[in-house]
Design a binder for this molecule. Structure first.
Ligand code: XMP
Length: 333
């Protein structure tokens, strides 16, 4: 029977003990509740020796990077460095359609950039007294990520490689490079949210739907190109805005618009078009290990469909995914 208040104090003490009083900790934030709570704990524990970066992987949601930078600065006093790497990610993803491959490429590209940032930060800190090297790397890994990535019955039993658990190179795991610090490794999402509230993190951030590290890349079936990311991003923005306007955001655990591999024929005016297919997904879940489909009324969905077809060029059809988890997963890939 453990209490959340104890968790925060114990974890801050554990971080201080692990990190000591000279080392720097590098942390990647995404604007989601997990990495934000992780960052808040680090900042509480070691102040400015925690260095936060946000890697723009080219697969973030609309205006997300600017919003995250502003929010972290305003609410947590964290000065975030945004690393623009969209072109690098998209070039490495070119032609890759297999979901696990996408995750591994994205994961290893993140690590390459984190290591580069560690070097840059160390150079910057060279003349600061009592400051050591970047020795630790923060990850907002949760308990469900750990469970789903572990293989209980050999490799074939692996469900999915979460980019923040699998996909990490050996050198990060075996102590030769940056060591991992994962303050949330034993927590479920609702516990992370409770801790976020306790730390004074704004409700709009605490209640934010989760967004996976690989971002839109695992919501686009097939090829990830700039054009296809842009289409999914625009459609997603419309869907989420309409959900918020309808007052449904907090009733849904996670919602997004993804993109199908295939195209479909539609009619616009008197023209036949061969357009993209948007897949809407919205689920309710407590622990993200299983999930049920959210029941919108049809008029709402029809309105979303109409708006997306009208406003996102190239989209000719919108479908709603009715698959629960299991057998589906929450993300499309
Ligand atoms: P699935 O799709 O496995 O998703 O049912 C369960 C929860 O995990 C998130 N998710 C990820 N998060 N990296 C992440 O950081 C990943 O590779 C990843 N895959 C899934 C997903 O958004 C959902 O909240």
């Amino acid at each position: 029977n453990w209490k959340m208040g104890d968790f925060v104090q114990l974890e801050i003490a554990r971080i201080r003990e692990l990190v000591g009083d000279r080392a720097l900790v590098l942390g990647a934030v995404s604007g989601g509740v997990d990495s934000t709570v992780g960052a808040a704990l680090m900042r509480e524990a070691i102040g400015d020796r925690f260095k936060a970066i946000l890697v723009d992987n080219g697969c973030m949601r609309l205006n997300e990077c600017e919003q995250v930078k502003e929010t972290l600065g305003k609410h947590l006093g964290i000065n975030l460095t945004v690393v623009e790497a969209g072109d690098l990610f998209l070039s490495r993803l070119a032609g890759v359609t297999e979901p696990e491959k996408k995750r591994k490429i994205i994961g290893s590209t993140f690590i390459d950039l984190f290591e580069q940032e560690a070097i840059r930060i160390e150079k910057e800190a060279e003349n600061t007294p009592n400051t050591g090297k970047v020795e630790w790397f923060l990850q907002g890994t949760l308990y469900p990520d750990v469970i789903e990535s572990l293989s209980f019955r050999g490799p074939s039993a692996t469900i999915k490689t979460h980019h923040n658990v699998g996909g990490l190179p050996e050198r990060m795991m075996n102590g030769q490079g940056l060591r991992l610090i994962e303050p949330l490794r034993l927590l479920f999402k609702d516990e992370v949210r409770a801790i976020g509230r306790q730390l004074g993190i704004h409700e709009s951030l605490v209640n934010r739907h989760p967004f996976p590290g690989p971002g839109i890349a695992i919501r686009i079936l097939g090829d990830v190109t700039k054009e296809r990311v842009e289409i999914a991003r625009q459609a997603d923005n419309i869907f989420i805005s309409m959900i918020k306007e309808a007052g449904l955001y907090d009733e849904i655990s996670q919602a997004f618009a993804g993109l199908d591999t295939n195209r479909s024929v539609g009619v616009f005016g008197d023209q036949r078009v061969w357009g993209y297919i948007i897949i809407l997904r919205a689920v309710r879940t407590k622990d993200f290990m299983s999930a049920e489909v959210f029941n919108f009324d049809n008029a709402f969905l029809a309105n979303v469909s109409r708006t997306i077809c009208n406003q996102v060029e190239g989209v000719a059809r919108v479908v709603y995914d009715l698959t629960s988890k299991p057998p589906g997963t929450i993300e499309l890939e």
